[in-house]
Design a protein around this ligand. Structure first.
Ligand SMILES: [Zn+2]
Ligand SMILES: [Zn+2]
Length: 348
């Protein structure tokens, strides 16, 4: 069996992962083998690394498991039934291995499929020299998209899906609650989708991230020293934000998002809050606020991701703060925990 290097979760405990030899995955008739060139560490990976209850319950990972689901690479081998790809294609992959049979999959909603293992959680993933993926989940990237930007495909698709669902329009005033990687991506995509203004909120401890937001053309609001609602009312003639993206996943973030939205405004819930939020429903009904949940992405988003990456690469580049060889992945997870930097790219 051919061997490769991989970052493998081996023990069901916090940490418990190591850089080691692993079998190069075998491909089935409908799969492609991809040589991974760049992979990003995502919050979901960190929860697996930490062996967090909610992730273990949701995905039931079986160890040993190669981690990672955000990546870009080059096709090096193809199963006999694969059409439309060739060796050498630059690609990325839709990492949800949706069933394809349930009513949601059949209706074009694989993001809410009843049986949706994720690469790197329910199947060996991309923190490795090679990953095998079924061809229907693989998407070509333009040759001009750098690999590290290609590794941002997945998080970018999360943003595209949210923008679609919330019906963001040209000239809208947009606010983003939370300035983690997803918050910054939302600000970038909103700006490129024609938002008239983009505000993004964070805490004083997020100062560096808020400064980064300014670089990509958003107006940062530190909620420790400024009132985001007042700041937005001031520039919108007392109206408020047309669209708010909640990415913090905290009860206070949801309350803040509803507070910033204008009457008739729309609030996109991207954050995965696991603590209950107390909402004054009269605030929703009297002000006709729409709360819209959004999860992952569909093929619609992946079909356009290559061109979106091409057009936004200059801004997206700012969120990549660390590039390290795969063998130092454990260090990357420590930085993530310490909230140092934004997106950490691993290079196998
Ligand atoms: Zn991810
Ligand atoms: Zn399904």
């Amino acid at each position: 069996m051919r061997k490769m290097k991989a970052f493998v979760k081996v023990r069901p405990e916090s940490g418990g992962a190591q850089y080691s030899d692993f079998d190069v995955p075998r491909i089935g008739a409908e799969d492609v083998l991809i040589e991974v060139k760049a992979a990003g560490i995502c919050g979901t990976d960190m929860h697996l690394y930490d062996w967090a209850d909610n992730i273990v319950r949701e995905y039931k990972p079986k160890l040993p498991l190669v981690m990672g689901h955000e990546f870009a690479g080059v096709i090096t081998d193809l199963g006999p039934e694969v059409n439309g790809f060739k060796k050498g294609d630059k690609v990325t992959a839709f990492p949800i291995l949706y069933c394809g049979q349930c009513r949601y999959c059949r209706n074009g909603e694989p993001n809410i499929c009843n049986d949706r293992p994720l690469l790197g959680l329910g199947a060996n993933g991309a923190f490795a020299q090679f990953v095998a993926v079924r061809a229907k989940n693989v998407y070509k990237l333009d040759d001009q998209v750098p690999f590290e930007i290609g590794a941002l495909s997945e998080i970018t698709c999360v943003g595209l899906h949210a923008i679609d669902r919330i019906r963001m329009g040209f000239g809208d005033t947009v606010a983003v609650v939370g300035c983690g990687p997803l918050g910054i991506i939302m600000a970038i995509l909103a700006k490129h989708s024609g938002a008239a203004r983009v505000f993004i909120t964070g805490l004083e401890q997020d100062r560096q991230r808020l400064d980064l937001a300014r670089k990509i053309g958003a107006t940062p609001v530190s909620v420790d020293t400024e009132d985001p609602k007042q700041k937005i009312l001031n520039v919108t003639d007392g109206v408020g934000a047309d669209v708010v993206f909640e990415t913090a996943g905290s009860p206070s973030g949801v309350i803040q998002a509803m507070d910033i939205a204008r009457k008739g405004g729309r609030v996109s819930i991207l954050g995965q809050g696991h603590a209950p939020t107390e909402i004054l429903t009269a605030n929703l009904s009297f002000r006709e606020i729409e709360l819209v949940g959004t999860r992952a992405y569909t093929g619609r988003d992946w079909d356009k991701v290559s061109s979106v990456l091409l057009n936004t690469a200059e801004d997206l580049r700012h969120i990549i703060t660390h590039r390290i060889p795969l063998e130092r992945a454990a260090e990357g997870f420590q930085w993530m925990k310490a909230l140092e930097g934004m997106k950490i790219i691993l290079e196998p």
